[in-house]
Unconditional design. Structure first.
Length: 273
């Protein structure tokens, strides 16, 4: 049986990847974790439900184009299953009107060596998103004897997981910037919360962003799961929205990282490097 899953960073030669789909993507209803997802001055604020067909078709055209580019270069490409995301999510702890979609697999699945971890997630609308990738992971499990399929702790995402008054009153971007600079996030430390795309992998080092979608309890979970790895907490004071680490701080090759100039790594944390 062949080795299918093995990845320690984001810059080694790419051999196999999952590329998302935009089919049936929705704009979920407002919820505690996503209140700040849409910028305060965006015309999308307040919109919910299926995204307009023309935007979904345009996104799929780009994703299909990416697949062709990769396959032309010999990369094996898998895709998630198409699912109906315009359904309510109901659990014993919360209810929300719809889900999101599978455009960004990187948000949900994290590969560390031969492990693939289904992230806990912090958005209620993304609670069941991992289901679209089960078929892919079943195939990897059947094909690769070293592959480990790991589910991150399933959170409750009830009232205790969020600061309920975080967005009350007159909230400006300056307010949000001040809060995030002080490590005051909308998510609490009640339970383990993390998005896969908040983890930057550099071999034996994991850099995990403490932000609006990943908390410090998640970092403790990673330390216990991978005691042989070094887990570093980083944060970006210039980020008042749920923006994942790979949109801010990205390795290009050994010895070179690009940092968004508007969301700089604090000077004290630069000492890590």
């Amino acid at each position: 049986m062949a080795k299918v899953v093995n990845s320690w960073n984001d810059f080694d030669p790419l051999k196999h990847v999952i590329v998302g789909r935009a089919d049936n993507t929705c704009i979920p209803p407002t919820e505690p974790a996503s209140e700040s997802k849409v910028p305060l001055d965006s015309p999308m604020r307040g919109m919910t439900g299926p995204r307009p067909t023309d935007t979904v078709e345009a996104a799929n055209e780009q994703l299909d184009g990416l697949v062709k580019i990769l396959e032309d270069r010999g990369v094996k490409v898998d895709r998630p299953e198409v699912m109906q995301w315009n359904q309510a999510v109901v659990t014993p702890h919360f209810m929300t009107g719809s889900m999101f979609g599978t455009m960004p697999p990187r948000d949900v699945l994290l590969t560390i060596g031969s492990d693939m971890i289904m992230a806990s997630m912090s958005f209620r609308s993304r609670f069941f998103e991992y289901l679209a990738y089960n078929k892919n992971l079943r195939e990897y499990f059947d094909q690769d004897p070293d592959f480990r399929w790991i589910a991150g702790p399933r959170p409750e995402l009830g009232e205790a997981s969020y600061k309920k008054d975080y967005y009350d009153g007159e909230v400006t971007e300056e307010t949000l910037l001040e809060r995030t600079a002080n490590l005051d996030m909308v998510t609490t430390e009640h339970e383990i919360l993390f998005d896969a795309a908040d983890v930057l992998r550099l071999g034996k080092d994991l850099f995990i962003q403490h932000g609006l979608t990943t908390n410090r309890k998640a970092m403790d979970w990673f330390r216990r799961m991978y005691p042989e790895l070094r887990v570093h907490a980083v944060n970006f004071p210039g980020d008042p929205y749920p923006i994942h680490i790979d949109a801010t701080f990205t390795p290009l090759k050994p010895g070179t990282i690009i940092n968004n100039p508007h969301r700089r790594l604090p000077q004290a944390q630069r000492a890590i490097f």
